[in-house]
Unconditional design. Structure first.
Length: 173
């Protein structure tokens, strides 16, 4: 088996464990990661260290090994917190339509218009990520928020966070 296939299998084992841990509490996921994932990560690190000098710097596998070693702390941060995902794929999925639509938004005309578009997009994607119907979430925000008036404490905005509104707004279909 080649080096790339070996590396992919090591990562696949970590993702397989994460799939098993889905639906567990944050604490349960944390403890299982320490027990099961941490040894696999230690094995992966050892493998990378052992193979670093066996690969050409400019080869794809050489670059991948160097990247893994250089980003080790960031790549393994999830092990110390059951609330952190193994990767940022969910965030990237939510950003992708925005990146694709970027050309359409060239016509925002002003930086202020671009900021408004980004804000609206962020609100819609946050609603979707929290399984709320975006139209209903925006409607609620636009009717309830003005009732706070102009002077309020920042924590007063917590009531508008999507995870605090699951009882008031219908779920995404």
């Amino acid at each position: 088996m080649g080096m790339a296939q070996t590396a992919l299998r090591k990562f696949a084992r970590l993702y397989a464990l994460e799939k098993q841990f889905k639906g567990l509490t944050i604490e349960q996921r944390y403890l299982l990661r320490l027990e099961k994932s941490k040894p696999l990560l230690e094995d992966l690190k050892q493998w990378c260290d052992n193979n670093l000098t066996k690969t050409a710097k400019d080869s794809a596998i050489g670059k991948a090994i160097r990247y893994t070693i250089n980003q080790w702390d960031s790549l393994t941060r999830y092990i110390d917190d059951g609330n952190i995902q193994i990767d940022n794929n969910a965030a990237e999925r939510h950003i992708k339509p925005f990146v694709i639509g970027r050309k359409n938004w060239l016509f925002n005309q002003t930086p202020r218009g671009a900021n408004a578009s980004a804000l609206l997009y962020s609100l819609v994607q946050t609603a979707v990520a929290n399984n709320l119907e975006p139209f209903d979430y925006l409607k609620y925000l636009l009717t309830a928020r003005p009732k706070l008036g102009r002077h309020y404490k920042p924590e007063a905005l917590d009531q508008f966070l999507p995870w605090n509104l699951t009882e008031k707004i219908k779920p995404l279909k």
